[in-house]
Design a protein around this ligand. Structure first.
Ligand SMILES: [Zn+2]
Ligand SMILES: [Zn+2]
Length: 365
């Protein structure tokens, strides 16, 4: 596959965009998801093409990916390596199939590789038990816990293992080491650790000059940002769920620090894994920092009224629909997000647990 010219060209295939300088994006559909698609990126190297993320494990997604690769002038069998920004199934889902078809290696940050290992080996009833204990501690009502306990008691989930996303996810062959240049002949691509959305999320900084740099485009290279930095969406920040680790992590704090880290790189262009490419990364980071500060201040105001458990805080928070309309599984995600914000407020000394409460309630400081 030869290096493309500098100009960005649309319409070279099924939604494929040629970003110039040997970089393409292929929109791979995510079934039944409002996000629509994952932007899988293709990077030409002297040893063969490399993918950044692969897309959801689904026949239509696979067909779109292979057709997209053909439109870029290559094929899935030619793929030399796969770089994964984070373990979520809309990014890592098709990696196993790509490896089977090509013999490519798969690389991921060690912290997310650990999540993949844990998910593959997870015994479903143990996971249900962990979830029930965690949700009870967060103040979930009995009617929310009862189905979990029933499923665990009947061992019902064990027959569905294959249907759960992540249980068949590919274990990576190598780790992405933050700060280091990746072993990609002919390219300068550096891994930047950006924990928050997941514990091992990485952005990949293509340090070569942007193809439009000669025309006066400001900034340094291009950033493959995964889900860390998106043009119009604020990614979900919950807790790093790990039944084997009782460490009190601060994912929202990690995320905010990671935002500052990518703003400091000042890339000329951001190539995210959803929506569309954009410029002015520092401006987007400022908007997201502002958004989270407003949200934290709003939540602290809620805790000024009366002490709240994480569950009660989630009920009181603003979501994209009324709490009563939020489905069961999404409530678990919402509570995880409420807890991530509480952890941050506690860490900042703006909230504290009320002594002697069970489940623990939090009050503003
Ligand atoms: Zn994600
Ligand atoms: Zn995603």
């Amino acid at each position: 596959m030869s290096m493309a010219g500098a100009a960005k060209k649309e319409g070279t295939g099924p939604g494929v965009t040629d970003h110039g300088g040997g970089v393409w994006s292929i929109p791979v559909p995510i079934p039944d998801n409002p996000l629509g698609h994952t932007l899988v990126h293709l990077l030409d190297t002297d040893r063969g093409p490399v993918l950044i993320d692969t897309g959801w494990d689904d026949p239509t997604a696979w067909d779109t990916l292979t057709a997209g690769l053909a439109a870029c002038g290559t094929s899935v069998s030619a793929i030399h390596g796969v770089l994964i920004t984070h373990h979520h199934p809309d990014h890592h889902g098709l990696s196993a199939r790509v490896r089977e078809a090509s013999g490519a290696w798969i690389a991921m940050h060690a912290a997310d590789a650990e999540v993949v290992r844990r998910t593959r080996e997870a015994e479903p009833t143990r996971w249900l038990g962990y979830l029930a204990v965690k949700l009870a501690a967060a103040g979930a009502p009995e009617e929310h816990l009862a189905p979990l306990r029933a499923a665990r008691a009947s061992g019902r989930a064990s027959g569905q293992t294959d249907a759960l996303p992540g249980t068949r996810a590919a274990q990576p062959d190598r780790h992405i080491t933050p700060g280091e240049l990746l072993d990609l002949p002919g390219r300068r691509l550096r891994a930047v650790w950006t924990p928050g959305h997941t514990p091992g999320h990485v952005c990949l900084h293509l340090e070569e000059a942007h193809p439009a740099a000669g025309e006066g485009m400001p900034g340094h290279g291009r950033l493959f940002s995964g889900d860390h930095l998106l043009p119009e969406i604020s990614p979900h920040i919950g807790l790093y769920e790990d039944p084997d680790d009782a460490t009190v992590t601060d994912p929202l704090g990690d995320y905010l620090d990671s935002l500052e880290r990518v703003a400091a790189l000042d890339p000329a262009e951001v190539l995210p894994a959803h929506q569309h490419a954009f410029t002015d990364a520092p401006g987007r980071v400022r908007a997201l920092l502002r958004h989270h500060e407003e949200r934290l201040a709003g939540l602290r105001a809620l805790l000024l009224g009366a002490p709240l458990t994480p569950w009660q805080l989630a009920e009181a928070m603003e979501w994209n629909r009324p709490w009563a309309d939020i489905p069961y599984g999404s409530r678990n995600i919402a509570v995880s997000e409420a807890e991530a914000h509480l952890r941050r407020l506690v860490k900042q000394g703006r909230a504290e647990p009320v002594p002697g409460t069970d489940p623990v309630a939090y009050q503003a400081v």
